[in-house]
Design a protein around this ligand. Structure first.
Ligand SMILES: [Zn+2]
Length: 379
């Protein structure tokens, strides 16, 4: 595994630009340099967390926390200081057959694991230690696959709860229509507390989706409200697949339920006008520029630089939205790997002037902060 410095250069002293701020920051813990611990490379090339305990103590004293920030992985809670490079939106398995037919009868776990494993190892070779797997239930979410990959490779994974309301509701089960927002939230809180099915695996965030239209449909608005209600109970981050349509309206629903915008991730935000993204950033949302692929590199550089220029680099997430085993294809079809960000995008960002500390913020500090489990409520 390459040392983390291979990507960040060891330029630890220069600070990233700070956000221009906004009222939401009063609901956030102070950002403390060293919050994630200090890592260095020892002689045989393995990464070690050093001074972690001392720093954690300092952070606890400084922000008044009983415990350091944690993420919830498929193997249980992990302190954010223990994690290196993160890919914040990827997929191992996706089945587009629709809610009425989806299920584990559609694939063999071993076949999915065998297909994905080399790509997971390839990402590990770039230093990735945690992948946030964004496949929702009724689209192939399967903790057994992630546990097996964790066991085989050592990669950490986060899975999710929630419902996917995009693609004209093809992936919604019947109960999405009959349940109230409160009842949906109860289901998601139950998974957060007791685990998914009988696996014991707890979700580490909520993955929702809304249709790409100007106004939220009734059911999509209900999903977002349920997400806010479940956040109030669980502190799980609400990541919402959002097309070009209703985005800020989701923040209004969160605010109605007393949930801060910093609990919300705008998934696929790279596809809209910069002015629109900036408006969400101003309110405190996380912006996920997650479709990194060869033809998107120019666009990714453009939006990341725009966020940096406006002082919002601290709210940017980058990932590939790549993968995956598709049960509808022979042998799972073509699997798109999870490394272009390291091989192409980061060198481009460095060329454009981003510092090593800024790169580290994008692939480590930001995703860990975005997905750390904690309640983010308006006063
Ligand atoms: Zn995705």
């Amino acid at each position: 595994m390459p040392p983390i410095a291979a990507y960040f250069g060891g330029d630890e002293n220069r600070k990233t630009r700070k956000s221009s701020g906004g009222e939401w920051r009063s609901h956030e813990p102070p950002r403390v340099d060293g919050l994630y611990g200090v890592r260095q490379t020892d002689n045989d090339g393995t990464m070690k967390s050093i001074k972690g305990a001392t720093l954690a103590l300092m952070v606890m004293v400084f922000v008044g926390r009983a415990e350091p920030l944690q993420i919830m992985t498929v193997s249980g809670p992990v302190a954010v200081g223990e994690v290196g490079v993160v890919l914040s939106h990827e997929h191992v398995l996706v089945d587009f057959v629709g809610a009425s037919e989806a299920g584990p009868h559609r694939y063999e776990v071993d076949a999915v694991v065998a297909k994905a494993e080399p790509f997971i190892r390839e990402a590990q070779a770039r230093g990735v230690e945690l992948m946030i797997e964004a496949t929702p239930q009724f689209l192939g979410r399967d903790p057994r696959v992630l546990l097996a990959l964790r066991e085989r490779t050592g990669m950490q994974f986060i899975t999710n709860t929630g419902l996917y309301g995009a693609v004209r509701d093809k992936f919604l089960p019947d109960y999405a229509w009959t349940d109230s927002a409160e009842q949906l939230a109860v289901r998601w809180v139950e998974e957060a507390n007791s685990g998914i099915m009988h696996t014991g695996v707890k979700p580490g965030f909520m993955k929702l989706a809304v249709d790409s239209q100007r106004e939220l449909s009734e059911v999509d608005a209900k999903l977002v409200r349920a997400g806010a209600l479940a956040h109030r109970e669980t502190g799980l981050t609400i990541a919402v697949h959002t097309g070009r349509g209703a985005n800020l309206a989701q923040l209004d629903i969160l605010a109605e339920e007393g949930v801060a915008a910093s609990a919300w991730v705008w998934v696929h935000a790279q596809n809209v006008e910069v002015s629109n993204i900036l408006a969400a950033a101003e309110r405190g949302a996380w912006l996920s520029f997650d479709g990194v692929r060869p033809r998107s590199l120019d666009r990714h550089v453009e939006v990341i630089l725009a966020m940096r220029e406006a002082g919002y680099l601290n709210q940017v997430l980058i990932s590939h939205d790549a993968g995956w085993y598709d049960p509808a294809e022979p042998e799972g079809g073509e699997y798109r790997g999870h490394v272009l960000l390291f091989d192409e995008l980061i060198p481009r960002l460095k060329e454009a002037g981003l510092t090593a500390a800024e790169i580290e913020r994008l692939v480590r500090h930001n995703p860990l902060e975005a997905f750390a489990v904690r309640k983010r409520l308006l006063e």
